[in-house]
Design a protein around this ligand. Structure first.
Ligand SMILES: NC(=O)c1ccc[n+]([C@@H]2O[C@H](COP(=O)([O-])OP(=O)(O)OC[C@H]3O[C@@H](n4cnc5c(N)ncnc54)[C@H](O)[C@@H]3O)[C@@H](O)[C@H]2O)c1
Length: 304
């Protein structure tokens, strides 16, 4: 099939591109290379270096590529930056998506698989692991932008018949990850440890996240694409791991011996997060396969 991937030069998007090309599909990638890099790009993908905010360019790409499905990953992913410039975050994540949806409606593309977020949407949840039905109160402009897109998708399905699946990831990690975004902590630690640099840990380091390996996230996208129908699914492991534990595990793998440097807690960051994935298991037939130890070991091999 002819697939369009936005953000296909990024961390998750490039792995997804590889998997779809391996599956024999024709893949076109749109990426403005803000955080993504050309080196991530699969050479068999057709590459358009452009911004999803560029309406004429998008129009041209849809005319040429005639996509039959869209995987939408392009986004401003830096939660901390989203507090400093919420308008930039909303432009990229909300207005950019509306631009894409407009082309999808014009060209009658029937399905979109959207990379949403779990941790940033649920905010400081009282129920952990948090299910999709939990009342979402985002704690950051980034979380608001992702939840807003889910609402638009729901309306666009009713208005234009575009089926959608929103995959609410927890903290994704793995090879090719940049140092930004929600889950950049493993990449940041790895890069600094390999250079022998000191590492700051914000707050007491006891804050927990749910770390899911990138290959599992790619598998979830493929399962979502296969699903007849749509919906919202958490894609995670359901397991909480603290920043201190991640620090220790990566230190061990890389032979780094220095202690973490304490730094003030970051405003707007939640203290605990883990997502309930029973819905994905039941309806998508998806569950994570790579353990944290195995995933970290593969990731550290890459960064080495
Ligand atoms: N990494 C995680 O833990 C995580 C967790 C939850 C959700 N997500 C979501 O998954 C998606 C992929 O994240 P990632 O970690 O691979 O990040 P990434 O930064 O590596 O990938 C995003 C890509 O989108 C591109 N991009 C950004 N704005 C664009 C625009 N306006 N036009 C065209 N291209 C643009 C960037 O250059 C980059 O290549 C994002 O939507 C992110 O919000 C990621």
């Amino acid at each position: 099939m002819r697939i369009l991937i936005t953000g296909g030069a990024g961390f998750i998007g490039s792995h997804l591109t590889d998997a779809l090309i391996e599956g024999g599909h024709a893949v076109a990638v749109i990426d403005k290379l803000s955080t993504g890099v050309g080196g991530n790009l699969n050479p068999q993908a057709k590459f358009y270096e452009t911004d999803i905010l560029n309406a004429p360019a998008l129009e041209e790409i849809f005319v040429k590529e005639k996509p039959e499905a869209v995987f939408h990953l392009a986004a401003h992913i830096d939660l901390r930056e989203s507090f400093l410039d919420p308008a930039y975050d909303a432009q990229n994540n909300i207005v950019g998506t509306l631009n894409l949806l407009r082309r999808m409606a014009d060209f009658k593309v029937p399905k979109i698989i959207f990379s949403s977020t779990g941790g940033a949407i649920y905010g400081e949840a009282e129920r952990i692991p948090t299910p999709e039905t939990y009342h979402a109160i985002p704690a950051s402009p980034y979380g608001i932008s992702k939840l807003a897109v889910e609402y638009y998708l729901d309306v666009w399905r009713k208005l234009y018949g575009i089926e959608y699946i929103a995959l609410r990831y927890s903290n994704v990690y793995g090879p090719r990850q940049g140092g930004k975004g929600e889950a950049g902590v493993t990449a940041i630690f790895a890069k600094k440890m390999l250079k022998g640099e000191p590492i700051e840990v914000f707050g007491d380091g006891k804050q927990t996240r749910d770390y899911v390996y990138v290959a599992d996230v790619v598998a979830a996208n493929l399962a979502a694409w296969d699903l007849k129908g749509g919906g919202v699914f958490n894609i995670a492991t359901g397991v909480e791991t603290s920043v201190n534990e991640i620090y220790e595990k990566i230190s061990k793998l890389l032979g780094y011996t220095a202690s973490a440097v304490p730094a003030p807690a970051v405003k707007g960051e939640i203290s605990r997060s883990a997502l309930d994935t029973s819905k994905a298991k039941k309806e998508l037939g998806w569950e994570p396969r790579v353990s944290l130890d195995e995933g970290l070991s593969r990731t550290m091999e890459f960064f080495k």
